[in-house]
Design a binder for this molecule. Structure first.
Ligand code: CP
Ligand code: NVA
Length: 308
């Protein structure tokens, strides 16, 4: 069974093949209207359940549209409106859905929910974000970086701000795709130790640098994300903002990076908080390419899950 659960638990060669597949599938669609079908219809006759226990714009729309392009049928489900949100176990939900659908994507809170779903499902399961990781996003980001600047291997990526779920997947990607990562942010928001250890274990340089200007020196790519994730308590907001303000990605900070450095953000962004509008809308920013590439990367992931 080919589940797509996390970058560090998927073979590096398979991840590279998925990126290559995404590029090829994207190229074949060049110039077509969004709703036009892919010529090969690799999901013909397949139904894919998309379960959301948290809000989403990009993940929801990109999976839905991608599945339609591939000839499959998406079924978008809100966790709160399923029996899942009213006491039915995740294991029973997995067994039931496996009798109806060919593939399941889930966006949830605790990563144990994702793993339990995968354990009990008879069909492939895709991680559409948990509190701990966001692998589909980083597949799109690797695709985006390489479209603009060539191989990501050997590059220096700087993550500024909260060492959150998206940061953890970036560290997994560092280990799997062979780039180095410097984290800059307050000590209380350091990335998970296991993700740092994974990248270092694969021979990558991972630095923790409290001074953001020093951190971005020599950066090929600067990345940030919201200061308060969907799983974080709203009560933490003020403290987080005070701690993270020095790590805002603005023009002054970008000026410390390499002249050809790119800027990425998985979105949704909070303009004027983790990133200035000047950087969001500036020449280094590839944020909307990242958003588009969610579509292409996930189509390749869906195809890989079904053995294609
Ligand atoms: N980047 C991302 O996953 O966006 P959504 O929360 O809108 O799906
Ligand atoms: N870190 C953010 C990413 C949203 C796509 C969150 O988990 O809310």
């Amino acid at each position: 069974m080919r589940h797509f659960l996390d970058l560090h638990t998927t073979d590096a060669a398979e991840l590279r093949a998925i990126i290559d597949q995404a590029r090829a599938m994207k190229a074949r669609r060049a110039g077509l209207p969004r709703g036009a079908p892919d010529a090969d219809q690799p999901l013909a006759g397949r139904v894919v359940a998309l379960i959301f226990e948290k809000p989403s714009t990009r993940t929801r729309v990109s999976f839905d549209v991608g599945i339609r392009q591939m000839g499959g049928q998406p079924l978008v489900l809100s966790g709160a409106e399923m029996q899942l949100g009213h006491g039915e176990t995740i294991a029973d939900t997995a067994r039931v859905l496996s009798r109806y659908v060919d593939l399941i994507m889930i966006r949830t809170f605790d990563e144990t929910t994702l793993h339990e779903l995968a354990e009990h499902a008879d069909v492939p399961v895709i991680n559409g974000l948990t509190d701990a990781s966001h692998p589909c996003q980083i597949m799109a980001d690797v695709l985006t970086y390489e479209e603009h600047r060539g191989a990501i291997a050997g590059r220096k990526v700087v993550w500024a701000g909260d060492g959150n779920n998206v940061c953890a997947s970036f560290l997994h990607a560092a280990g799997q795709f062979g780039f180095d990562l410097t984290f800059t942010g307050p000590e209380t928001l350091d990335p998970p130790r296991a993700a740092v250890a994974f990248a270092r274990g694969r021979g990558r340089t991972v630095e923790i640098e409290r001074d953001p200007a020093r951190a971005v020196a020599g950066a090929d790519l600067v990345v940030t994300d919201t200061w308060l994730s969907m799983h974080d308590a709203q009560s933490a907001r003020e403290r987080r903002h005070n701690q993270l303000r020095p790590y805002q990605v603005n023009a002054a900070l970008m000026a410390q990076a390499r002249p050809d450095a790119l800027f990425m953000h998985c979105l949704p962004a909070h303009r004027g908080e983790e990133v200035s509008s000047e950087v969001m809308d500036g020449p280094a920013s590839v944020i909307f390419d990242e958003a588009e590439n969610r579509l292409h990367a996930q189509k390749a992931i869906l195809r890989w899950c079904l053995g294609g």
